[in-house]
Design a protein around this ligand. Structure first.
Ligand SMILES: Nc1ncnc2c1ncn2[C@@H]1O[C@H](COP(=O)(O)OP(=O)(O)OP(=O)(O)O)[C@@H](O)[C@H]1O
Length: 365
């Protein structure tokens, strides 16, 4: 435990009628972090956020806020800011009054309230809409009011549960940069829930990846993306195709399903069975000296503006995805191609079972 830790989860767990919603989870969040809980539906993100917020009580373990055990406190007693997907603004109150609401409840003087509301309106760039009612605002503007209201009294932590889920793509991207700017400007600790990998990557200083009611990886977005610690993270976060492989005593690497090729594994690779992960942008079409190669047939392609995503049935794995620049796309379905994965961009995971103990040891360092 260190003084910079705002929030500490100490083996916190939750079951509903004996069914596990969150396995014992331990990690600490530092002041000013933007931590995102990222995982597919049902992975336990909302359960963990509700435990932190105080809407649920842990079955076991504890939650410490600034070294104080808050596990038994009500949401109001925890004094955390909260923003949800449904903006839950007071419809009959103006923007300014919505922002002021929590300050009044906390008995701030009228003068302090006025100054803080003005400051928050400026931070979310809604000075010109101070007297509007929520119904007169766009979805993005309403979400800004919700953010301003939640941050007005300067909580230790702001919790956000899929706050951009109801917005269209363009507005979502705009709001992402707004949220990032506000986080940088205020330095408040943010904990954010989403199932969207891109959103998590754009916003977070660290990401906790969840699957099957567990945090399975925790780290900086760029580290997790390039060096996922397990197969789930490689597939879910790094968008990798995974293939079974092995390294023999002479450090020769080969794919388990294909006999013809073998390549020198990176120096220091121990003999054993591995999962080899191929990110769509790590793969190159053609032969790259020294790099493992898969042979395959293009089955289809999909245009993403400047880039094209090719789908390839390779000899050792089907449904391999490779992204190339659109201008380089001279390929058609049915073409045979070689796909090389340079070692520096490849993912190589030893096939050791991932235990939650091993994860916890790494996570609380
Ligand atoms: N009130 C509850 N009663 C019983 N089971 C629950 C309850 N809340 C959650 N669960 C179960 O706990 C697990 C984790 O759910 P949780 O809602 O935390 O996942 P999530 O990652 O937030 O999913 P989503 O993105 O769909 O909201 C799921 O298996 C879910 O069915």
């Amino acid at each position: 435990m260190n003084d910079d830790h705002v929030l500490v989860l100490d083996a916190v767990a939750k079951s509903y009628a004996g069914v596990l919603a969150l396995a014992p989870t331990s990690f600490a969040i530092e002041k000013g972090e933007f931590l995102t809980l990222l995982g597919p539906s049902g992975s336990g993100k909302s359960t963990l956020l509700k435990l932190i917020a105080g809407f649920e009580t842990p079955t076991s373990g504890a939650i410490l806020l600034r070294s104080l055990d808050i596990s038994g406190l009500s949401p109001a007693q925890r004094q955390l800011g909260m923003v949800f997907q449904s903006y839950s603004l007071f419809p009959h109150l103006t923007v300014a009054k919505n922002i002021e609401y929590g300050l009044k409840r906390r008995k701030w003087s009228a003068e302090r309230r006025r100054a803080r509301v003005a400051e928050m309106l400026a931070i979310v760039k809604l000075e010109h809409r101070a007297n509007a009612l929520p119904a007169e605002l766009s979805g993005g503007q309403q979400q800004r009011v919700a953010v301003a209201r939640a941050l007005a009294y300067d909580p230790d932590v702001l919790l956000m549960d899929e706050p951009l889920g109801a917005l269209d793509r363009t507005l979502r991207l705009e709001m992402e940069s707004e949220i990032k700017r506000i986080h940088g400007q205020l330095g408040t600790t943010f904990i954010y829930v989403t199932h969207d990998q891109q959103e998590a990557m754009h916003l977070s200083t660290r990401i906790a990846i969840m699957n099957n009611s567990q945090v399975v990886a925790l780290g900086r977005p760029d580290d997790l993306f390039r060096n996922p610690p397990n197969v789930f993270t490689a597939e879910f976060f790094s968008d990798a195709t995974t293939v079974a492989a092995e390294v023999d005593d002479r450090t020769r690497f080969r794919f388990e399903a294909g006999g013809d090729g073998s390549w020198a594994a990176p120096a220091g690779t121990a003999p054993g069975r591995y999962t080899f992960g191929i990110r769509p942008r790590a793969a190159r079409l053609g032969i790259v000296e020294g790099a493992p190669v898969l042979r395959g047939t293009i089955t289809s392609s999909m245009l993403f503006g400047d880039e094209v995503r090719l789908f390839i049935d390779a000899d050792v794995v089907s449904g391999l995805r490779v992204v190339i620049p659109s201008r380089a796309n001279t390929f058609a379905p049915g073409d045979r191609v070689d796909v090389s994965i340079p070692w520096e961009d490849a993912i190589l995971l030893p096939n050791a079972p991932v235990t939650s103990r091993a994860f916890h040891a790494g996570a609380t360092r």
